[in-house]
Design a protein around this ligand. Sequence first.
Ligand code: ADP
Ligand code: ZN
Length: 838
Amino acid sequence: MTPCFGSGNLSCRYLENDFQREMSTESIAEVAVFAAVDRTLTYRVPAELRPYAEIGKRVLVPLARQQALGLLIGLDQKPLAVKEGVVLRDILAVVDPFPTVPQELITLCRWIAEYYFHPLGEVLRSTLPGNIQLKPRVLLAVTATGRVVPRTGKSSSLLELLQDQPPLTLAEIQKRLQLAKVPHVELKSLLAQGCLERVFVWPDPPARIQVVHMVRLCHGEEPGLAAATSAKARTLAALIEESGGTVPLKALQHQVKGAKYWLDKWRRQGVISVEPMEIPRQVLGLQSIPSRPAPLLNADQEAIIGAVAPFLHTPAFHPVLIHGVTGSGKTEVYLHLISKALQAGRGVLTLVPEIALTTQLEALFRHRLGDALTIWHSALSPGERYDQWRCALNRPTGVVLGARSAVFMPIQNLGLIIVDEEHDQSYKQEDRLRYHARDVALVRARMLGIPIMLGSATPSLQSLHHGLSGRYRMLALPSRIMERPLPTIEVVDMRLQKGKSRIISPQLHEAIKKTVHNGQQAIVFLNRRGFATFLLCRGCGEALPCPHCSVSLTYHRRRDLLSCHYCGHEQRPPDQCPRCSHAPLFYYGFGTERVEQELRDLVPEVRLARMDRDTITHSRELVKTLDRMRCGQVNVLLGTQMVAKGHDFPNVTLVGVINADISLQMADFRAAETTVQLLLQVAGRAGRGEEPGHVIIQSYNPNHPAIQCVLNGDYLTFAKHELEARRGLQYPPITRLTKLLVTSRDSELARQAAHELVRLAHAQIDKMSAQNKPIAVLGPAPAPLSKLKSRYRWHLYVKAWNSKDLKEFVQSLLDLARDVTLLRRVHLNVDRDPMSTL
Ligand code: ADP
Ligand code: ZN
């Protein structure tokens, strides 16, 4: 039980001020409203709010004809850059008693907004839990002055109406008075005269703070209890004293009937106090993970700790890239450094990809770090998020373990950042604010001047590039713990499987049978869900497409539905082709649902669990399935990426990859890199215990360098080759890319707008190249996913040789685009350092 009090409380003391205007010096505030507003806005801080106005607090401000919530991010005594003749509007209310966003995060968000071309207010909003983003409803009420003021002119009906009413919104007032509009001047003057006041009503937050009332014995008041005469009072007194002086009120009332009488009496006498105490919600249903003491570290692990630990005491920006093979003990290194940081009085941020998938890591951290831990990921409920966020905000030193968006968590005295599996693409958010959490973490560490550790068995080419060039310090964990061998890897050439099963080769079939027979476990991986990948008409040769997207529908047999994996559209499979009426239609390709059926047919004694987004719709199911695997109720775990990442099941001796080529076929210059990372990651799940592991990879492309790299396990050689190839093609990480995506419901409009954008770009390129700042523009072209959710998509890529030129170019292009009507009619998305080419 950790008490955390403080900000975030939605009740609000500072709203009830009258808006008198006594002015001395002007106090000016810079506010980022939580909306898609391009600039930050400037407001005047009225005298009565001045004592409360502080950077990092939320404020309510007028925005056009409405009110908006925003964050106060700058304060100045003299007008900032205010235009001649512009009268500043007043801040309406200061919402928070304490700052909710620390200055450090405001600075970071300013960087993010600049770098990713995103409105600052929206960036700031995404750092806050949902509760904090709610806007109050504004009502109008008559004040005491308003009640007695002589009724004259137009305002009389308004005051009359509110006289015997609870406060009303402006819309309600207009309706009751049957007015199209209450004149603005009139309202303003009534407010200024103090006849009317604004009343703020907060909507019910999705999550409330959970509070328990605690009875606390006041200091030095023990004799007061001892004086208890009745039996009941003596029992109560004993219970309070036994508890050490603090005990939940409910517990006392439960144990002693009529406790209320005595407790009230003691409270009046000042013997005890009753105080609310906040109880954060318990995050997670724990898995059955044995708690183990921390092992003694080996020499390689010690070397890394020796390299990072000094920077916990003498902080400096110090990026370290750890290349450690799967099972080499990276997690142990993290845990040791975290403990050291805590001892040094520093907080720690640990990022992992999709923490919901690695609940075991969460359990391990909890065993070792106990109450210091805060968890943050998308599978938490709004209430859990709210609690965890407030704990992180208020705890003097703590550890945050979380997925992508945890990079925005407030952490006091932050002294170390760890990014595990730094290569993982789920660190990149692909909608709204398109940021990369690893890169933001690096910037946060640089701004704070603290060490950051990036760890991976297969570092991204970007990080490797910086490591090899000396910008990051590179350290290695080259072998598995206890000299355990890496798994042996075998590639099955599926081209030779003609006529036999196209899904599971005899080699994999045999191996699974043997594993199950030996009482061991297997993981089978296929990065595609569903039963059949598409429904094909042999009459017209077309696959049945999604009506809203340019992709084919996937067939799910259990539910007998066709579904679009991009927009969620679902429909019953038709009997005949909707285009040419040919029948029957044929089911082609296969996903995990089909593999499940195949495996059950081939190995009837198998105890199989499938993990993909069809079977796992809630984190509870995930924890349950992983738990069943851990305690052996399941011996074959089949699934998509969910089975590939991070798991440490010591009894898994076999890993099967059904189709290694799926990610190789992507039209993406990172296809080979991504494939190798994924395959080595899933292969690394095998042989983590006493028994050695074996991996079987089925491929139609066994000679591809990516598959060959997985076979010989030499990631560094592969990566260096890839880097050279990128240099030749001038792709990242050698150059910098930004993708501009134009979308519209009108296909012709999207096409024209994309071409117009390129025309603007070319004029701009000429200007920049005259200043010796080379820029290239590729495109426009229809995006590979040319239609998504009924919007047509065109993209173009901007390439530059350094970040500064890219920024300058894209910014001026966006400024130009703002003035072009054609471009204002489409959506224009900017994706800096894009990871997806779709
Ligand atoms: P990685 O994160 O590199 O995949 P882990 O940190 O999960 O590796 O370590 C793999 C296994 O080895 C874990 O079960 C861990 O408890 C154990 N382990 C790590 N370091 C040591 C050590 N120095 N001695 C003994 N066991 C260790
Ligand atoms: Zn769709």
